[in-house]
Write a protein that binds this ligand. Structure first.
Ligand code: ADP
Ligand code: MG
Length: 610
């Protein structure tokens, strides 16, 4: 008798499993790099083409495989990492399911070259859709080299589902950064279309973090350290005043594995309580070391969640570690403005009775974004926006006005007349000393210091953001077009944002690797164009930008360049005007990127100097 049930052939079962394990090129990068780490590599080179669509190559100097293992590794549930279910409770490796290579081989063309250190020759295997095409003995380097080509060649639905190369590459970068941050001792190189994106040498943790998030961040890192019988916590947090408007710099690792955890994230937020601006997120790189039997990583092949047996206790340890780190850092305040250390001061300022305009701008709003970013603070407005067909890209003037709530704008016009009540501020803004870029104002309780260029930056940002949301920004045509040589990658990022850039006042074209600007936003002085373009290209190419953030990034770069190029004259009227306009900005204490604009030095601080 013939039944209707059939056991699926291996290659189909593998393809189904692949759907879970390999969702996009970044998943392949993650699996191959994790295998290289498990193989004891000290140097790992990741080379991708077209964000992994055409090629993902990962080579390592790890222990390699012998001929038999090289064939076996592509079989489903073929793993050298666990031998019994009990081993799952004592995992020291990244992989353990034996699913990754079988999955990858079922949906791509794969070449494997591998050689053990003590052998003269290695093995080269070509495998396509789980079928071994060739298997030969070759001369090759010690270690393992995987080349994965034509990903999803036989799963068109998946292939079509992939996003633009930029987005896919950003996912690769995210995975790369998570792994590199978890393994500072390993050297990593990441190249995309022959451009080197990262070349990270073996380093201390602090150096590795700085290599990834930028040199300037070094002085912003505060170490955290706590050791108890249940968990050891180490790593760094970013000083509260540099908290960002996005969650980009939040990393938890357990036993060198990246994970996400809302509950522990809450502990960090609680530790930072009151020290950071509303709607900003603290930055952290926190490493938990814990007995592997006390955690369960066996949740889902691609999920980044991990179950902790003693999560409540760990929460408390984490909270106290954060508080202690912040406390230690706070007991040694300095008056060195460049160091920007006394993070508690701006909050005194915020509680002062300054008349604030009621206008609110959502800096993350991008009118060209197909999917408005939902965050708790903006989702309501986005919902309103969707109602009038925003999602279909039919944004009319009326839409903008509705979105922006034009009544609020009118209210603002009235407020301008009121300006700030200087008496209440108890700071005399008509008496000042200029030591550029600082402006010093005596106040009843001490001295207020304003960073003039940053004040301009904030003012320009707010003005441009307001204008931009309502209508295209005024452009000035350049007498002589500005020209700049750009790389292919830069050309791509620039071209991907032309509509937005045009709305901001840039009239541009790219010809033979040259970016040519015929017009720029009218606020931008000619001598500031170059730095502004550099910053825009840099930020768009090298940071993990969410779509909804692009307008914020572009405008904050323009504002910064304008602020930096502003000439500040020793003229009472213009200084008073600057300060008054600054105080009309809702976030007058910080630049759009979270740098402090003003500080007060209290009489107590001054007393301590003597
Ligand atoms: P898992 O990592 O879960 O064991 P994979 O399918 O990722 O499953 O890999 C299967 C096996 O192939 C591994 O257990 C390991 O023995 C071997 N292997 C994979 N990549 C490498 C590598 N880069 N170097 C040495 N051995 C490797
Ligand atoms: Mg693996």
């Amino acid at each position: 008798m013939k039944g209707i049930i059939a056991v699926l052939p291996d290659h189909i079962a593998n393809q189904i499993a692949a759907g879970e394990v390999i969702q996009r090129p970044a998943s392949v990068v993650k699996e191959l790099v994790e295998n290289a780490i498990d193989a004891g590599a000290t140097k790992i080179h990741i080379n991708v083409k077209d964000a992994g669509r055409t090629l993902i190559q990962v080579s390592d100097d790890g222990k390699g495989m012998n001929k038999m293992d090289a064939e076996q590794c592509f079989l489903r549930h073929a793993t050298s990492k666990i031998h019994s279910a009990d081993d799952l409770f004592n995992l020291q490796t990244k992989g353990f399911r034996g699913e990754a290579l079988a999955s990858i081989a079922s949906i791509a063309h794969v070449t494997l070259q591998t050689k053990e250190a003590d052998k003269d020759t290695g093995t080269q295997i070509l495998i396509e859709g789980n079928k071994i095409i060739s298997n030969e003995e070759v001369v090759c380097n010690k270690g393992t080299n995987f080349e994965v080509k034509n990903l999803f060649y036989n799963v068109p639905a998946r292939r079509n589902f992939l996003k633009s190369n930029e987005v896919e590459f950003r996912h690769i970068r995210d995975e790369f950064e998570r792994i590199a941050l978890a393994h500072p001792a390993i050297s990593f190189i990441l190249t995309n279309n022959d451009t080197e994106i990262y070349n990270l040498r073996s380093a201390t943790l602090r150096k590795r973090i700085v290599d990834i998030i930028g040199d300037k961040q070094n002085e912003r890192l505060v170490p955290i350290q706590e050791e108890t019988s249940i968990v050891k916590i180490s790593g760094f947090i970013i000083k509260p005043e540099f908290a960002k408007k996005t969650r980009g710099e939040q990393f938890f690792f357990v036993n060198n594995r990246f994970f996400k955890d809302a509950y522990f994230n809450n502990a960090v937020n609680k530790g930072f309580n009151n020290l950071i601006q509303p709607k900003t997120y603290p930055g952290y790189f926190i490493y938990f070391d814990i007995d592997p039997s006390k955690i369960d990583v066996n949740v889902h092949p691609t999920k980044t969640e991990i179950k902790f047996e003693e999560d409540r206790n760990i929460y408390m340890v984490l909270l106290s570690a954060i508080k202690e780190a912040l406390g230690k850092y706070n007991i040694s305040p300095t008056l060195d403005f460049e160091q920007e250390q006394s993070f508690d001061i701006p909050y005194d300022m915020l509680s002062k009775p300054v008349v604030q305009p009621h206008i609110k701008v959502n800096p993350y709003f991008n009118p060209f974004d197909e999917k408005p970013k939902t965050s708790s603070s903006t989702s309501q407005k986005h919902t309103a926006l969707n109602k009038f067909g925003y999602g279909e890209n039919k944004t009319t003037q009326q839409d903008w006005e509705n979105f922006y709530n034009i009544d609020e704008l009118e209210e603002k016009e009235e407020n301008i007349q009121q300006v700030i009540d200087i008496e209440q501020e108890e700071t005399k803004f008509d008496q000042f000393i200029i030591r550029l870029p600082y402006l010093f104002f005596p106040s009843k309780n001490g001295l207020m210091v304003i960073h003039s260029k940053r004040a301009f930056e904030r003012i320009i940002y707010d003005e441009m953001m307001r204008e931009f949301i309502l209508h295209p920004i005024a452009a000035q045509t350049l007498l002589f077009p500005y020209e700049k040589e750009v790389s292919k990658g830069e050309e791509d990022v620039w071209m991907s944002q032309t509509t937005l850039l045009h709305r901001l006042g840039f009239e541009s074209k790219i010809e033979k690797g040259m970016l040519i600007l015929n017009a720029v936003p009218s606020v931008l002085e000619e001598e500031a164009i170059n730095t502004c373009i550099d910053a825009i290209l840099d930020n768009l190419s090298y940071s993990t930008v969410e779509k909804g953030e692009i307008a914020h990034i572009l405008i904050s770069n323009i504002a910064k360049s304008v602020g930096n190029s502003k000439v500040i004259t020793d003229n009472k009227e213009s200084i008073t005007n600057l300060v008054e306009t600054l105080f009309q900005c809702e976030d007058h204490s910080f630049t759009p990127n979270g740098k402090p604009i003003l500080k007060t030095i209290s009489l107590t601080d001054i007393k301590q100097l003597f």
